[in-house]
Design a protein around this ligand. Structure first.
Ligand SMILES: *Cc1c(COP(=O)(O)O)cnc(C)c1O
Length: 397
């Protein structure tokens, strides 16, 4: 069994993907060819924002967002302590200071209460200016944007959505008029939102890729310039320091095929699989000793996930008080079932950030890093596969 079966996906989409790749090869337009613009339009429409700008990867997408907003030295940028390194890395790369915020242990996403505490602590410290929040849609579930937005608004901070794993998720939000609801998709919640098309993400290409989303015309124009060496009126007129961060035409062509499958059935399939996992694990816990607990992932009312990961929490007592997750993973691997730990180290404990001042305690992030386990999850996993994984997990425990 594969953790995320991209070869199976290729088998299913082969005819369309091969055609798309061959067309690009024959066109000669390998950089910024027509499929890039077409993809950007399709993505913007799906997400429900005015502008989409494709770029080289999800990390650059975050860097472009920070540059457009003008984040730099002396700025505090609040990031969840429990995320992939890139979310915090880009902050330091721009010369700003990442401030690590604790997460909600049930949703794995930034805890608004902890953000509030961290902002106050930065104010009290008086060395940094609270400037922006990067919220992450971890494992496919959008963060609590209603609560986070209230804080960024009050503080005059920019809200950036790191939707690298979130693409396809949604939140049913009350309308501004106070009447009725609107379902809003991930990558529309930030002042600027970003995503990644790394192969294993909800929508992945055959290499690196990413995109930036915004409704702001000025920022969109700035990012269009920044991604091509800070170009001005034409390519050899350079008006600012930028990056070389474009999405290859061939990746755009592949992504158009994958986006279609994602919209038509893949997103539905991962949700079906997640639901089945949760149902099975709930029903099987009775076979475990009562001190062993499995907590399936939580999806709050009104939210949907795109299930970049299906991540459970384990509570397993052992002689010395720590549970041997590696032994469990090895047992499952021996039965042909791959599992992963996302993520074993909170940002505040990363060597690269050892000099970064800590403004908030992050006990939930620390506990999660020791207790999470991600199970195989992708749209081509069968019901049979899901059952095999669940049974194997229970047996191994
Ligand atoms: C994957 C990921 C990124 C970075 O995306 P790349 O395309 O690999 O650069 C950033 N943030 C999060 C949360 C991610 O999962």
């Amino acid at each position: 069994m594969e953790f995320r079966d991209l070869k199976k996906q290729y088998e299913v989409l082969k005819a369309d993907i091969d055609r798309a790749m061959t067309e690009v090869a024959a066109s000669g337009a390998y950089i910024m060819g027509d499929p890039v613009r077409a993809l950007e339009q399709e993505l913007a429409e799906y997400v429900g924002v005015k502008h989409c700008l494709a770029c080289a990867n999800g990390t650059d997408a975050l860097t472009l967002a920070l540059k457009a907003i003008g984040v730099g030295k002396g700025d505090a940028v609040f990031v969840p302590d429990f995320t992939f390194f890139a979310t915090a890395e880009v902050v330091s790369l721009e010369g700003a200071t990442p401030v690590f915020v604790d997460v909600n242990p049930d949703t794995f996403n930034m805890d608004p209460k902890s953000l509030d505490d961290a902002v106050r602590s930065v104010h009290d410290n008086m060395t940094l200016r609270p400037r922006a929040v990067i919220a992450v849609d971890l494992f496919g579930l959008p963060a609590d944007y209603a609560a986070l937005r209230a804080i960024t608004k009050r503080e005059g901070m920019a809200l950036i959505e790191d939707g690298a794993q979130g693409f396809g998720g949604s939140i049913k939000m009350p309308n501004a008029t106070g009447e009725g609801f609107t379902v809003r998709r991930a990558c529309s919640f930030g002042d600027i939102s970003t995503t990644s098309f790394f192969p294993a993400k909800p929508v992945g290409c055959y290499g690196d890729g990413g995109a930036v989303f915004t409704d702001n015309d000025e920022w969109a124009a700035l990012i269009a310039s920044l991604r091509v060496h800070g170009k001005g009126s034409y390519k050899y007129d350079n008006v600012r320091i930028g990056l070389n961060s474009r999405l290859d035409t061939i990746q755009a062509a592949i992504l158009r095929v994958k986006l279609k499958a994602f919209k038509e059935y893949e997103l539905e399939a991962v949700n079906r699989n997640a639901e089945y996992y949760t149902q099975l694990l709930g029903g099987m816990t009775k076979f475990l000793k009562k001190e062993i607990q499995i907590t399936p992932p939580t999806v709050p009312t009104g939210f949907t996930s795109s299930w970049a990961q299906y991540t459970i929490r384990l509570s397993v007592p052992s002689g010395n008080g720590t549970f041997n997750r590696e032994a469990l993973m090895a047992k499952m691997k021996a039965k042909g079932i791959p599992t992963m730990v996302y993520y074993p180290t909170p940002m505040s404990k990363q060597t690269a950030f050892k000099e970064v001042h800590s403004f908030a305690l992050t006990p939930h992030a620390e506990k999660l890093s020791k207790s999470v386990l991600s199970l195989p999850m992708h749209p081509y996993l069968t019901r049979e596969d899901v059952r095999t994984v669940a049974e194997n997990l229970i047996n191994s425990l």
